[in-house]
Design a protein around this ligand. Structure first.
Ligand code: CDP
Ligand code: MG
Length: 699
């Protein structure tokens, strides 16, 4: 059936074409730009030059007439920064309503919100605000455009299940298929049935528009009250924004590289030697290898000034301070060549102006979960072809560019996976299950998933939540523990640890520990300086392990009067420590709100460790009897693991430990480790462990 616009509604200037399979609108061939008329500032001119500007009317028309609009457009075309402003200009934020735009990543939320505030000439936190976990920069009485993580929006549903204050919710970066994005899309579909006036925009750089569109096509039986031709139409609209990317020349290595970090550094130096002006964007995997590459390139500047002259080397990853973020986005100083070394956050979430060269390691860090061993870890993983194309595209933003892939062409063609796996299908589902339960969704397997999670992972999640006392035998949230855990915006194991600490009388200490665990790392990266790092750690080290060490660090920070100098001397990240103080304050407020006691255990580290075990008993490991290299095995599944070099227990190797998380490269490494007595495991979780001479075994 052909779609027509109604008399009275604004007629789009672009051509609307029927999709042959019925009902889906495509807008093709943008009209010539008619962008004269309003605004003369340079920012206004920049706004009008963005590809999405030509589609402004078409977007507004589709949003008005369709409950769901899917917008596909290249990175940098202006989707994130412009569409919320268009909606506001068209009146969607009037009468106390708010336009929301979600992002999977916290850093992207902060960065796009400040850009939009700047374009609108307002202070961040007023008309334009943002909310990420533990940081709310909004003013409910004046904020009309709100950026937030999709996780935070899901949390808002606990207080306002239909998200009534929002007129339009734009779910951005949907192609990333983060776990929260997938959950959010399922939940929004439910809300749409109850709130037909709500508009949803799904936007992304690359997307399976068809499958999203099919997902959002309302079923007939859900439309009992809606006439076939009702407005908004229940048929999703799809709009594709044509970008203006330049061609990018792809270069491959001839032989596989043994070490992508060294290869990346070498490639940057060779670009600087041989190629004309233009900034360089390097994709590595995480803070560790990024800091290492930054260090190598900055050191090289000192050793061999000729090769690196004029390089301005900057890291980009989440958890970076505002000052460092600003440096990345600031224009490159004259005569300099900026080198930004980034995680895949720069793949589509953020646009860097001035990039002409991309160096692609071919890897990213991803979460992987094995329901059999119950092990979830961050793994350095090969990226997909779709990601590789996105990365290359970053080089063609302002002029034709070059992409240097640190893998062979044969590998790209024959071995690289075509698409990534949605996070929902490779994660531990504990947090997801508890959030859905808290929102009253009991039949989780029957939830309307965009991609169903593996049943084994679901069973494991239910099992773990049951053993933590968060779910009862009927898989309902327990009262009060289950409901309280759901209220705390942290991993359920941490939340359970906090609640137990309230009973044990050590909540003052445990919330400090929880705050430290919620920031990326409090240490300044020690890559290549293990000896110095070991010495610094000794100043704070506690024999019990990292968690108790953090209490010493926190105390030292307070005693120093929260001094940045003191942090500098002790290899501590000052920004991270300030964040710890802030998160701790919020947790203490939350506990008071839940009517729970804040009490100190005054150095009784046994009680402290028992509280930690109450949350983390499933992560217990024992040292192999004749191990000379610190080999541990997990009690749950006999998986081989080692203590991470950043831990104070590295090389100490106590017989029994409990860890907070695992990272995996060639081995599984335990991060944040504490020494325990195995009898405490049985005390904390008799339903989970049994004594089997001579060892302990899972039930
Ligand atoms: O979302 P999409 O990738 O389509 O683009 P965007 O994030 O809205 O960015 C549009 C343009 O805004 C970029 O090309 C940059 O020129 C500019 N921008 C910026 O200068 N600084 C930011 N923090 C964000 C965007
Ligand atoms: Mg964007």
């Amino acid at each position: 059936m052909a779609q027509f616009w109604r008399p009275g509604s604004e007629r789009p200037r672009a051509t609307l074409v029927d999709d042959e399979e019925g009902g889906v609108l495509f807008v093709s061939a943008p009209p010539p730009s008619s962008s004269s008329g309003f605004g003369h500032s340079s920012l206004e001119r920049q706004r009008q030059r963005l590809p999405v500007f030509k589609y402004r009317d078409a977007i507004l028309y589709l949003v008005e007439n369709h409950a769901t609009t899917i917008i596909v457009g290249e990175t940098g075309s202006g989707k994130t920064t412009q569409i919320p402003q268009y909606l506001k200009e068209a009146g969607w934020a009037e009468g106390g309503r708010v336009v929301a735009c979600t992002q999977p990543r916290r850093l992207a939320v902060q960065s796009v919100a400040s850009r939009v505030a700047e374009e609108m000439g307002v202070k961040i936190g007023e008309e334009v605000g943002y909310t990420i976990r533990f940081e709310d920069q909004t003013n409910p009485s004046v904020t009309v455009i709100k950026f937030l993580t999709d996780g935070v929006l899901i949390r808002e549903m606990m207080d306002d299940p239909l998200l009534t204050k929002y007129s339009v919710i734009m779910v951005d970066e949907a192609h990333e298929r983060s776990m929260s994005t997938d959950m959010l899309l399922g939940l929004l579909k439910k809300i749409q049935r109850r709130r037909p006036e709500l508009r949803i925009i799904i936007s992304s750089a690359t997307i399976e528009a068809k499958s999203m569109s099919t997902f959002f096509k309302a079923r007939k039986k859900d439309l009992r009250h809606a006439a076939e031709d009702s407005v908004p139409s229940h048929l999703p609209a799809v709009l594709s924004v044509e970008g203006k990317g330049y061609t990018v020349e792809i270069h491959y290595v001839e032989e596989p590289v043994p070490d992508y970090l060294q290869a990346a550094v070498g490639t940057v130096l060779s670009i600087n030697d041989k190629e004309p002006a233009g900034d360089i964007l390097v994709f590595l995997t995480g803070q560790d290898d990024i800091d290492a590459a930054v260090k190598l390139l900055r050191e090289d500047t000192q050793d061999d000034r000729r090769r690196t002259s004029g390089l301005l080397v900057l890291p980009l990853y989440s958890g970076l301070s505002r000052v460092d973020q600003d440096l990345v986005f600031a224009p490159t100083p004259k005569g300099k060549r900026k080198v930004v070394i980034s995680t895949n956050i720069a793949e589509t979430s953020l646009t860097l102006e001035g990039v002409v060269y991309v160096v692609d390691s071919g890897f990213s860090k991803q979460r992987f979960y094995n329901p059999i061993s119950d092990i979830e870890s961050l793994v350095v993983t090969p990226i997909s072809k779709a990601s590789a194309r996105q990365r290359a595209g970053r080089a063609g933003r302002i002029q034709p560019g070059k992409c240097f892939r640190l893998y062979t062409e044969e590998y790209f063609l024959k071995e690289m996976p075509t698409e990534g796996i949605p996070e929902m299908q490779r994660s531990n589902l504990v947090s997801c299950v508890i959030q859905l339960k808290a929102l009253g969704i009991d039949n989780i397997l029957g939830f309307d998933w965009l991609a169903s999670p593996p049943p084994e992972a679901m069973v494991r999640a239910l099992e773990v939540l049951y053993s933590l006392g968060i779910l009862d035998e009927d898989a309902k949230l327990t009262s009060p523990i289950g409901y309280q855990v759901a209220e705390i915006p942290l991993d359920p194991m941490i939340s359970k640890m906090i609640l137990s600490a309230c009973n044990f009388g050590c909540s003052e200490e445990i919330i400090t520990i929880a705050a430290v665990l919620s920031v990326q790392s409090i240490w300044v990266s020690m890559w290549g300086a293990q000896k110095e790092f070991d010495e610094v750690k000794l100043r704070f080290a506690a024999a019990e392990g990292d968690h108790v060490t953090y209490l010493n660090v926190y105390k030292g920070f307070l005693n120093s009067g929260k001094s940045s100098q003191w942090c500098y001397k002790n290899y501590l990240n000052y920004q991270a420590m300030k964040k710890v103080v802030d998160v701790r304050e919020q947790l203490s407020r939350l506990l008071r709100r839940l009517g729970l006691a804040l009490k100190s255990c005054e150095k009784d580290t046994q009680i402290l460790r028992k509280a930690i075990i109450a949350g983390f008993f499933a992560n217990s490991c024992h040292l192999e009897e004749y191990s000379y290299n610190g080999l541990y095995k997990t009690v749950r599944s006999s998986e081989e693991v080692y203590i991470h070099p950043s831990s104070v227990l590295f090389r100490v190797n106590p017989k029994w430990v409990v860890y907070h998380s695992l990272v995996s490269t060639n081995k599984h490494y335990m991060r944040n480790v504490i020494a325990i007595d195995p009898s405490w495991l049985i005390e904390a979780a008799p339903h989970f462990y049994q004594v089997r001479t001579p060892n302990l075994a899972p039930c």
